[in-house]
Design a protein around this ligand. Structure first.
Ligand code: ARG
Length: 550
């Protein structure tokens, strides 16, 4: 149940107008507070405290109100009834949306022939969690891995393979693009060759296509491996620049019909600048002067294809913020050309930095690959565990390391940069993934030791018990807000707050001790179970797994 929604709607219905409901930081005076009297005072021509006194009896009639009192200039504090709280908390269901949407999500977007780099970390983690949130709420999603598999890098790689032979594994393959790019810097003929190969590949040269297909296999296997290690949901479609190539002609036609295409030095561009633009807004490049498909043409054609096939209500993109301008351009053209009616959104991420605030580098100074991040975290977990004199199997250590990386990534506002510190994120205390998992393991172990959990009823609740139950009842609202605001950090922060309350409860409220009476034990066990279930749902949305022990 979305407690907040239930309470605020009930109050609004009762009073006949919309008032704000707040959750006070300090719950000593009430579980919720409303400014209803202050909002109404003016039109009623009364002083807010006076009006509050008149409203109180009406609020007291509501089935969930134990007590209502006036505070400050006219706020009304509401304390919930324990029996109501108990019923609501023990009968929680995943509340599905009443307005399900079709949503195409574009994240991952890995590049063929290149290692997944650190920039692909957030798009994978945040995109995957957003997908899980949307599904949880009952929307229908289709996830696209819009891979970079058709541009100039392909020509550079094929040129190299023609000269030096086919790589046999991802490690060898990933070295080719940087080497070939380096060579192209001082060797104009080499660059010209790469461009020519790219154009010929795109127009169907069979020899190049064969080479392409061969190294593509290596790349796809490498992507699969990363998906697996990151515990991401499988993509519904791996369809990128090449996959949409057959739709470029149709898209171009639409642009022409709308008189949007202009020629510029042999290239085809679309002017997107408007009089209201203060920041620079260069034209979108639809085709290069050598006749090859551009990055923007692929994205426009993808919108065309997705609209035609999926009829999405929303198309959402998750990439790093260096692509903000690109998506602004693409969205403008998509709307100018009426390619889609869907709502388009792009979430641009900040970067992972070292403690110096500069983009994170590996110890040898190189650009960090995505798997380096996991390896560094795994090493940090392993040494912590052995320092603590514990023994955990490799699978558990990997699960903890993954939780450290993903939780930390989700925790930060997606737009902001954040410092990546393997030591800090793997701590078992504080706002970390391991702390979240540790709390879940602890709750699981109480339940395991207790055996069967019976359903019970409760009318008396201690503050720690109430606070924890109310927090579980805030889960549905949190998921909804995370979706509405495209703010996956809300889930991570919610999980942390819930764990804090769960641990306070655990310390203050003995459960299995001999001096605890049966009714109290039964009640507390059920609270543990409710909390564990809610926490497990949050953990699942973050794509983490709870180990058996820690
Ligand atoms: N391949 C691109 C990169 O690695 C990301 C693709 C993002 N998605 C898109 N539809 N453009 O930078």
């Amino acid at each position: 149940m979305n407690l907040y929604k239930y309470v605020s709607e009930s109050i609004n219905n009762k009073l006949g107008f919309i008032a704000n409901l707040e959750v006070p930081r300090n719950r000593a005076f009430g579980d919720f507070s409303t400014n209803a009297a202050m909002v109404m005072a003016k039109s009623a021509g009364k002083n807010p405290r006076e009006l509050a006194a008149e409203i109180l009896p009406q609020l007291q009639e509501l089935d969930f109100v134990a007590d209502a009192s006036i505070a400050g200039p006219g706020f009304i504090n509401i304390k919930l009834r324990n029996d109501f709280l108990w019923r609501a908390a023990s009968q929680q269901k995943n509340a599905k949306t009443t307005a399900p949407k079709k949503i195409d999500l574009d994240y991952g977007g890995y590049n063929v022939g290149k290692a997944l780099h650190i920039g692909h970390l957030r798009t994978s983690i945040v995109g995957d969690t957003f997908n899980r949130i949307a599904k949880y709420l009952g929307h229908t999603t289709k996830s696209y891995n819009h891979i970079g598999d058709w541009g100039r890098p392909m020509g550079l790689i094929i040129a190299w393979i023609l000269e030096y032979g086919m790589p046999t594994n991802a490690h060898e393959l990933n070295k080719i693009y940087p080497a070939s790019t380096e060579r192209a810097k001082n060797d104009d003929a080499w660059m010209a060759r790469a461009k020519e190969i790219t154009a010929e590949l795109q127009s169907g040269n069979p020899e190049y296509k064969q080479i392409y297909d061969d190294f593509m296999k290596i790349s796809l296997a490498q992507m699969d491996d990363v998906l697996h290690r990151l515990n991401l949901l499988p993509f519904d479609a791996t369809m990128g620049e090449r996959g949409v190539a057959p739709y470029v002609a149709d898209t171009q036609k639409i642009l022409e019909e709308h008189n949007l295409l202009t020629e510029s030095d042999g290239a085809m561009i679309v002017n997107v600048k408007t009089d209201n633009d203060n920041a620079p807004m260069p034209p979108l490049m639809f085709r290069t002067s050598s006749g090859t498909q551009t990055y923007a043409a692929a994205d426009l054609s993808a919108i065309y294809y997705r609209t035609k096939t999926d009829h999405p209500d929303i198309i959402g993109y998750f990439t790093d913020s260096r692509q903000n301008l690109h998506f602004q351009q693409v969205f403008r053209v998509a709307k100018m050309a009426e390619i889609t009616n869907a709502e388009l959104f792009h979430t641009g991420f900040g970067a992972l930095t070292g403690s110096d605030g500069k983009p994170f580098k590996t110890r040898d100074g190189g650009v960090a690959e995505l798997l380096d991040i996991l390896d560094l975290s795994t090493d940090a977990v392993r040494s912590r565990v052995s320092d603590a004199g514990k023994k955990l199997d490799d699978e558990t250590i990997s699960a903890i390391a993954l939780a450290a990386v993903k939780f930390n990534d989700l925790l930060h506002d997606v737009r902001a940069d954040y410092v990546f510190d393997p030591n800090q994120i793997t701590s078992f205390e504080g706002r970390t993934g391991p702390y979240i998992l540790y709390t879940a393991v602890r709750l699981n172990s109480v339940l395991k030791r207790a055996g069967d959990i019976k359903n019970t009823t409760a009318t008396e609740l201690t503050d720690d018990e109430r606070n924890l139950l109310i927090a579980t009842l805030d889960f549905e609202r949190t998921v909804q807000s995370a979706f509405d605001n495209r703010a996956t950090d809300m889930i991570a922060n919610y999980a942390y707050d819930l764990c804090q309350l769960a641990n306070t409860f655990y310390h203050n409220c003995p459960i299995l001790r001999d001096d605890v009476d049966d009714a109290t034990r039964a009640r507390r066990l059920q609270i543990v179970q409710i909390t564990r279930d809610t926490l497990a749902s949050a953990i699942d949305l973050m794509g983490l797994t709870i180990p058996n022990e820690m």
